[in-house]
Design a protein around this ligand. Structure first.
Ligand code: 5AD
Ligand code: SF4
Length: 434
């Protein structure tokens, strides 16, 4: 009988892919199969995120709960970004943890499994050319890493300290992986990196051909049978005209762009070291909408960054009003260790931060309620990926709108034209039209 692996994945899509890589290695090399029942697991992994403080605080209570529930002899491993930043402190605080594996050390999963109390968190470790075994959660789409690490110096962000310097994965390996995904049934690929449009700045092999992100997209789109290409996250600073024009004109690239704004105030952006101004951001949105009128745009916003005045916050609201984002992921600033902003003294009062966050979120809800109406009665091509409860199947339109229709698994992995009959805030309902 196979051994059982229970894995919990927190954080971003990069972590989702890291978890897939660990599952692949453990299946192929160690004879594990995944389970959703913690009590039957022989190995419990938590793939952690450290981008904000709360999930880090929760880690230890969760570890305690897992330790109580786990079966006799089961191992617990802590992986991901919090593993990178806390290292052996995790074992000191939770001595029942068997190993700690950092976000940039995923390929060492077999190794740490067989060493008691191993701590592998080297952020200079280079996994950019490591050939992981194959595993993907969805048969219909494939996550593919195009780079590891991050070279930016955003003053709020812990990621460069958990994932190390940015190294691009050679384009020939990415193309090979995409081809393999298509050959095994995926019609969509999702390219992942901290700054995807900074792709090609540095390869492990310094002699490697200088391929930029636009070129990579062009090369990937030649793969026959590949229908959709998505990616996250691009950086507004690197959104040059060439990139936007390729995005707009390449029919395989899905027309949904994530543009992490963080703040609408040029002063705050400077303090965050984001490398662009409010005007640059608005100019890029304008260019994008001009080239690609049907694009949907999502963003990340942080409120109450140290020194953010009422006027700065108004600037953020102003960008929101001008752009009318299709989706916003908004956060209250959380001071993180090993970051520059951790030492900023002009901290914004907690209550003011909470009030700003709820103000921003209710304004966005109004924008969404108004703008979602435009979809009613429209027909879009939907790629079906998920089986839902109550005999519904859901998928996404090219512009990333989630749509569900009545149906069964035979729709999965298929493209269908769907007329939208009901609007929701995050998911619409429709009917298949021939
Ligand atoms: N505090 C709050 N939000 C943060 N993010 C990153 N670091 C912090 C922080 N210290 C947000 C950013 C980023 C998203 C993944 O998380 O908006 O784009
Ligand atoms: Fe992803 Fe950043 Fe969280 Fe690491 S800290 S899991 S890179 S969001």
């Amino acid at each position: 009988m196979s051994k059982k692996l229970f894995i919990e994945t927190l954080g971003c899509a990069m972590n989702t892919r890291d978890s897939e890589h660990m599952i692949a290695q453990l299946k192929e090399r160690e004879g594990y199969d995944t389970t959703t029942d913690l009590k039957e697991a022989d190995l419990i992994l938590i793939n952690t995120c450290s981008v904000r403080e709360k999930p880090v605080q929760k880690l230890f209570s969760e570890l305690g709960a897992f330790n109580k529930k786990k079966k006799e002899g089961a191992k617990i491993g802590v992986c991901g970004c919090t593993a990178s930043h806390l290292g052996d402190e995790i074992i000191k605080r939770a001595p029942y943890v068997s190993f700690v594996l950092g976000a940039r050390n995923v390929s060492k999963i077999s190794e740490v499994l067989h060493k008691d109390k191993a701590v592998e968190i080297d952020i200079n470790y280079d996994e950019s050319e490591f050939a992981f075994d194959d595993f993907r959660t969805s048969p219909y789409k494939a996550y593919i890493n195009i780079s590891i690490g991050c070279d930016k110096k955003c003053t709020f962000c812990i990621v460069p300290k958990t994932r190390g310097e940015e190294i691009s994965i050679p384009d020939e390996l990415i193309i090979q992986e995409a081809q393999k995904a298509v050959d095994t049934g995926a019609k969509e690929i999702f390219l992942l990196g901290q700054n995807v449009n900074n792709y090609g700045r540095r390869f492990s092999d310094s002699e490697h051909e200088k391929v930029n992100f636009t070129k990579l997209l062009r090369r990937l789109s030649k793969i026959e049978g590949l229908e959709r290409i998505r990616f996250t996250s691009p950086h507004p600073f690197h959104m040059d005209d060439e990139f936007i024009e390729e995005f707009a004109s390449n029919p395989k690239i899905c027309k949904s762009m994530h543009m992490p704004l963080q703040s609408g105030s040029t002063k705050v952006l400077k303090d965050m070291k984001r490398g662009y101004t409010k005007e640059w951001f608005l100019n890029r949105v304008e260019k994008l909408r001009k080239e690609c009128p049907d694009v949907s745009i999502s963003t990340d916003i942080i409120v109450a960054f140290p020194g953010e005045s009422e006027e700065d916050f108004e600037d953020t609201l102003d960008v929101m009003k001008q752009v009318e984002f299709d989706q916003i992921f908004s956060f209250k600033y959380s001071a993180r260790p090993h970051t520059e902003a951790e030492h900023f003294t002009n901290v914004v009062d907690e209550e003011i931060g909470s009030a700003r966050l709820s103000h921003l979120q209710s304004m966005q809800t109004e924008i969404i309620d108004k703008n979602m109406q435009k979809h009613l009665g429209k027909t879009y091509e939907v790629y079906f990926e998920d089986l839902n409860r109550d005999n519904y199947v859901s998928g996404r339109t090219n512009a990333n709108l989630v749509v569900k229709v009545k149906g069964s698994e035979e729709l999965l992995g298929k493209f269908k034209n769907v007329k939208i009959t009901q609007i929701g805030r995050t998911i619409c309902t429709g009917e298949i039209v021939e």
